[in-house]
Design a protein around this ligand. Sequence first.
Ligand SMILES: Nc1ncnc2c1ncn2[C@@H]1O[C@H](COP(=O)(O)OP(=O)(O)OP(=O)(O)O)[C@@H](O)[C@H]1O
Length: 326
Amino acid sequence: MTNVIEADGLHRTYSGGFEAVNGISFAVPRGEIFALLGTNGAGKTSTVELLEGLARPTAGTVRVLGHDPYTERTAVRPRIGVMLQEGGFPSELTVAETVRMWAGCTTGARPAGEALEMVGMAGRAKVRIKQLSGGERRRLDLALALLGRPEVLFLDEPSTGLDAEGRRDTWELVRRLRDGGTTVLLTTHYLEEAETLADRLAIMHKGRIVTSGTPAEVTAERPARIRFRLPEGVGAERLPLGLRAAADGPRVEIRTHELQDALGALLAWAAEKGVRLDALDARSASLEEAFLEIASRADDPTGFRTDTASASRTPDSRTADLEEIR
Ligand SMILES: Nc1ncnc2c1ncn2[C@@H]1O[C@H](COP(=O)(O)OP(=O)(O)OP(=O)(O)O)[C@@H](O)[C@H]1O
């Protein structure tokens, strides 16, 4: 499969000497939605700007559609669509005028009405920019990014400021574009967005990629969780040995990399002993849990793991992991 975006050993150091991007590498094949996640200030926007050709990396290489997006800007720019974190529009123009103005600078632009239709803004064509809500401005930003029928779409926090319905509409649109062959790289703070939308993702922290893979791969590295309440008079120490659990009074939590085995053992024990497990809840790790764990672990210099190290961690298959109830 052809890689449409390739970043290799990227560094970006700002003029004061601050290293915002610290040696990251990844590749995005054609027709994939790739999400860059990260803590505030992790370096996502700094990275995306390098991919968009808005800045030159301090070290390392970027290829977009086989070209250097900075030095070969004229070859790359007509084939990409960019939605920046904050678009600046003349506030007195109407939505339609803004789109037409933008279309005038775009080769092979879609008709203005079509671009507005795609983002659900056709009914707002005559409204002045200054009268738009924050969410409507985001939709307009997206319409402008789509004007040139881009092969590669860069979306920096596309659904920030959108309500739940607007977010779902945007996800639908991004999926349709992907299904039509567009490659999409997006940054987001919404973990649900990354989990449901991204084919693959990378989590950044302090300029580095800490982990990457499909959403399922990233969460699979984290233990699943079983929670329940034991009846009065039944202590957690009576649970089967393999299921040593953290208990806070009657509330018990088991963390395990083998959810099916652990749950099976727990239910068999409860049935045999006639113990009722109240509020029983078993679930795989969510991306949010993975993210929070990565962020807190990466803050601890002794606990920092690189991508390779965390990927090669082998879960203990027989014993459930024990963790304190938080
Ligand atoms: N022009 C600049 N000069 C110096 N430092 C900068 C500059 N632009 C960004 N930074 C710093 O680089 C780091 C990374 O910023 P960046 O905007 O890339 O992070 P981000 O992951 O997009 O953050 P957020 O999620 O908060 O938008 C931050 O610490 C930021 O303060």
